[in-house]
Write a protein that binds this ligand. Structure first.
Ligand code: SF4
Length: 415
C-alpha cells in the first residue's frame, strides 16, 4: 500500500493531509482520491442522487458582490421578477415530474414586501405540490441571502415541518481578508463577514437544515484557505454544502484579476468535493452547475467525486439568460423537460439512481437532530490554519496562491 492509499483510509485528517489531498494533480493519485470519495458516498449516503429543481425567480439584488454578474451596479442587465403564479407553476411542474424538492433562489432583498412574497410562495408550494406520489408535498431549499432571525423564523414556519425546509447561505470564503476583497467596502455593513456567520447561527436556531459553501479558485486564494474552509464547515456542523469553481463574470467587477484555466480549476474543484466527502462524510454535497462550464460532463464528474445532489434549472426559459452569476452558464436555452431527460441518463452512467419523489434530506441533519439538544452552537472562527501563507507544493508546482497553480497558463481575461 502506498502512503497515499494509507492516507485515504484514515478517518481523521490533519491540515497537512487536507492540503496534500487538495493539491493532487497526478492522474493516478486523483483517481484514487475520487474512488475513495465515491465509495464513501455510497457507504454514508447510498447510491441515490436527489434533485432540487431550482427556480431563479428574480435577478434584482440590493448587494454588490464584486464577482457577481447580477450585482446591483451592473447596469447592463435587464432585471426581471417572476410572479407568484409562475413560481408556483414551476414548482408544481417539478413535483409532477417526480422531483421531491425545489429551490427558490434570487438576489438578496430584505424589504417586507419581498419577505411576505416569499412566505406566501412557500405556503403555496407546500400545499400545491401534494399529490399521490408526494403525499407531504415538495421540500424547499431557500437561497435568499442573509436575513433577520424573524424573517428566517417566518419562512421556516411557512414551510410547516422543519424537516422539509433547508437554507443555503454561502460564505464564499472563510478567510476574512479574502472575503473583504470580494465585497466592496461601501457595502460592508450589508454583507459583512461577522453578520454572515450570525445569519448562519440564526438559520440553525430557526430549525432549517443549514448549508453553506464557497468558491474554489478565487484570485489570491491558497490551498490552506480551502483547507480552512473545510475546517469552517466542520465547526459549523453543516448539513449541506454548495460549492463551485470561481468563474469570471463580465458583469462583475473582477475582470482584471483573471481566473484559473479550466483544466487546473476543474481538478481543484473536484478535489475539493472529494476531500469534503472524506472529512465531512454524511453531509449533502451538490455538484454545482458551474462545473459544467469547465467540462461538458462537469456535473457528472462532481457526482463521481462524492456529490449526491443536482440542481436542475426549472426557471422558465424566457428569463433564464438574465440570471447569470458567472459567464457561460450552461443549460440556459433548454426547457425543464430537456434537462430532466438529459440528466437522468447521465446519472445512470455514473452508477447512481435518481431519488424520484424523495426529499433527499441530509443524513447529517438526521444524525444531528438525534443528538441531545438537537442544535449546536456555531463556534467562533479560529485563527487561520498554521499553514496559511506558507508556500504549498502542488505536484511539481510551488504555489503560495491558487492563482499560481495555473502559471504559466494563468490568464487575465480582458474586458
Ligand atoms: S452574490 Fe448574491 S448577494 Fe451578491 S450580488 Fe450576487 S445575487 Fe447579490
Amino acid at each position: 500500500m502506498t502512503r497515499l492509499d494509507e492516507l485515504l483510509q484514515q478517518e481523521a485528517f490533519t491540515d497537512a493531509d487536507i492540503v496534500r489531498l487538495l493539491g493532487l494533480t497526478e492522474p493516478d493519485d486523483c483517481e484514487r482520491l475520487r474512488r475513495t470519495a465515491y465509495d464513501l458516498t455510497t457507504r454514508f449516503i447510498g447510491d441515490k442522487v436527489h434533485y432540487r429543481g431550482i427556480v431563479e425567480f428574480s435577478n434584482r439584488c440590493t448587494l454588490n458582490c464584486r464577482y457577481c454578474g447580477i450585482r446591483r451596479d451592473n447596469r447592463d442587465l435587464e432585471r426581471y421578477d417572476l410572479n407568484r403564479e409562475q413560481i408556483i407553476e414551476s414548482a408544481i411542474w417539478a413535483a409532477e415530474n417526480h422531483y421531491g424538492s425545489v429551490c427558490l433562489q434570487a438576489g438578496e432583498r430584505r424589504d417586507e414586501s419581498f419577505v411576505a412574497f416569499v412566505e406566501d410562495c412557500i405556503r403555496e408550494i407546500r400545499a400545491g405540490t401534494v399529490s399521490e406520489h408526494l403525499p407531504e408535498g415538495a421540500s424547499i431549499t431557500l437561497s435568499l441571502g442573509a436575513q433577520s432571525s424573524e424573517t428566517y423564523q417566518r419562512w421556516r414556519e411557512a414551510g410547516g415541518e422543519a424537516e422539509c425546509m433547508r437554507y443555503l447561505l454561502r460564505m464564499e470564503t472563510s478567510n476574512p481578508a479574502l472575503f473583504s476583497r470580494l465585497h466592496p467596502h461601501d457595502f460592508a455593513h450589508e454583507k459583512a463577514y461577522a453578520s454572515r456567520i450570525r445569519a448562519l447561527e440564526n438559520l440553525r436556531a430557526a430549525g432549517f437544515q443549514v448549508g453553506t459553501g464557497g468558491m474554489i479558485g478565487l484570485p489570491g486564494q491558497t490551498l490552506s484557505d480551502l483547507c480552512a474552509d473545510i475546517r469552517f464547515y466542520q465547526r459549523l456542523d453543516v448539513d449541506m454544502l454548495g460549492m463551485g469553481p470561481y468563474i469570471l463574470s463580465r458583469g462583475g467587477d473582477m475582470r482584471d484579476e483573471g481566473m484559473l484555466d479550466p483544466g487546473p480549476l476543474l481538478q481543484l474543484a473536484l478535489n475539493m468535493l472529494a476531500v469534503c466527502r472524506l472529512v465531512l462524510r454524511d453531509v449533502n454535497i451538490a455538484a454545482a452547475t458551474a462545473l459544467q462550464v469547465l467540462a461538458e460532463d462537469g456535473r457528472e464528474q462532481g457526482i463521481a467525486h462524492g456529490a449526491n445532489i443536482l440542481m436542475p434549472n426549472i426557471t422558465p426559459r424566457a428569463v433564464r439568460r438574465r440570471y447569470q452569476l458567472y459567464d457561460d452558464k450552461p443549460c440556459i436555452d433548454e426547457e425543464p423537460t430537456d434537462c430532466r431527460a438529459c440528466l437522468a441518463g447521465r446519472i445512470q452512467r455514473m452508477g447512481r439512481r435518481v431519488g424520484w419523489n424523495e426529499w433527499g434530506c441530509s443524513r447529517h441533519f438526521h444524525r444531528r437532530m438525534r443528538r441531545p439538544g438537537g442544535t449546536v452552537p456555531v463556534p467562533r472562527r479560529e485563527a487561520p490554519s498554521a499553514l496559511a501563507g506558507i508556500p504549498i507544493q502542488l505536484g511539481s508546482v510551488r504555489a503560495t496562491s491558487v492563482s499560481d497553480l495555473g502559471a504559466p497558463q494563468y490568464r487575465r481575461l480582458q474586458k
